[in-house]
Design a protein around this ligand. Structure first.
Ligand code: COI
Length: 355
């Protein structure tokens, strides 16, 4: 990062930090003192600014509200064991953000705004990073269209922002997952690979239906046969069999290319496991479960980190995992990733960005 910031900063006159219990922060409810804002107007990004965290005000015809040109990312920052402030793989999220932007016909955000702006903002609010196990500073970059016009066309103006939320674990306990048989998240050629707001909006009804049946989340399946597994509402998914680890592959463009997923594939291979990224059907998993070969399942995500799955339910089948006995892979993977983030082991992959 440049020694001298070029970003205009207006500091808050009243920090909320002393009123915040960083040990008990629910995910996504508490935000730090500042936010970054940059506007795209007249075909160009304007200088970003850091301002006190505050509400925004808009015209009711704001195009993002009507037609959903709105994308986001999730990234985490930590204090490592040397008390340095580090961000985990921000360039991967930066690249994915701009891929989402292209798919949603939005302007790409330059590195000076996304990465340098993020570092500057975190540096200003780094006292908000919780120093507790399984806690982090969750970074939420997002962009939405701001034309005040309700004709259907791409907006000509956009707002890019970053807000920061100190957070504990997203799931406080292992999750029960229903395999979705009716609704569809994404089909080839759709927007499944983009991290756009609408994907999450569309997931709420099917997820609420599953929650009414006692599940925490749904596992999406393909649009045509509802048997090829895609991703869970808030995370990618891995299945540990006796001789291999399976995770749905990316080539159909229906699931998110998760940064934690990517990291997990590398670390699981370093653990000596045979990871197959390919099409995985629920029938294959049921079959392996009945043979006693399906040992463990877990989700991966920035917010969710590594989340053990207690149960997968599909029609009348309930694949239940005894986590006391069989969560070694997810525990070891979680520990290895945490050791990298916290600087306990060397960052041989270049995943850690120091501020
Ligand atoms: C993340 O893991 O960062 C996500 O974006 C998932 C969810 C909280 C929307």
């Amino acid at each position: 990062m440049s020694e001298v910031s070029t970003i205009k900063i207006t500091k808050t006159t009243k920090s909320r930090l002393s009123e915040t219990d960083l040990k008990n922060v629910p995910f996504g409810k508490i935000f730090t003192d500042h936010m970054l804002v940059a506007d795209f107007v007249n075909g160009a990004w304007q200088e970003p600014e850091i301002l006190p965290y505050q509400p925004l005000s808009f015209d009711p015809s704001l195009s993002a509200i009507h037609y959903g040109q709105s994308i986001f990312e999730g990234i985490k920052a930590y204090h490592n064991v040397r008390n340095e402030t580090v961000i985990f793989r921000p360039y991967d999220n930066f690249a994915r953000f701009n891929q989402s932007a292209v798919r949603m016909q939005m302007p790409e955000v330059p590195e000076e705004i996304f990465i340098e702006g993020m570092k500057e903002l975190i540096n200003l609010d780094k006292a908000w990073i919780p120093g507790y196990d399984n806690h982090a500073l969750y970074i939420r970059p997002f962009m939405f269209s701001t034309d005040t016009f309700i004709g259907v066309r791409p907006s000509s103006t956009y707002k890019f922002m970053i807000i920061l939320a100190p957070t504990g674990p997203y799931y406080s306990k292992p999750v029960r997952i229903a395999v979705e048989e009716k609704y569809t998240r994404a089909a080839p050629g759709g927007v499944g690979q983009a991290k756009n707001a609408g994907n999450y909006g569309a997931s709420l009804k099917p997820t609420s239906d599953a929650q009414a049946q006692g599940y925490d989340q749904i596992l999406w399946t393909d649009a045509f046969e509802h048997k090829w597994l895609q991703e869970v509402g808030t995370m990618n998914v891995f299945f540990v069999l006796k001789d291999k680890v399976l995770t749905p592959s990316l080539e159909e463009g229906t699931i998110l290319d998760g940064v934690t997923r990517r990291s997990a594939v590398v670390v699981l291979r370093e653990m000596g496991l045979n990871v197959e990224e390919r099409k995985v059907s629920i029938d294959e998993l049921i079959d392996e479960y009945k043979k006693g070969n399906f040992l463990e399942a877990f989700g991966t995500g920035t917010a969710a980190t590594i989340s053990p799955i207690k149960e997968l339910a599909y029609k009348d089948e309930h694949l239940v995992f005894d986590l006391e006995k069989s969560s070694q892979t997810s525990i070891e993977l979680g520990k290895r990733l945490s050791d990298i983030r916290l600087g306990i082991v060397e960052d041989v992959h270049g995943w850690i960005e120091k501020i």
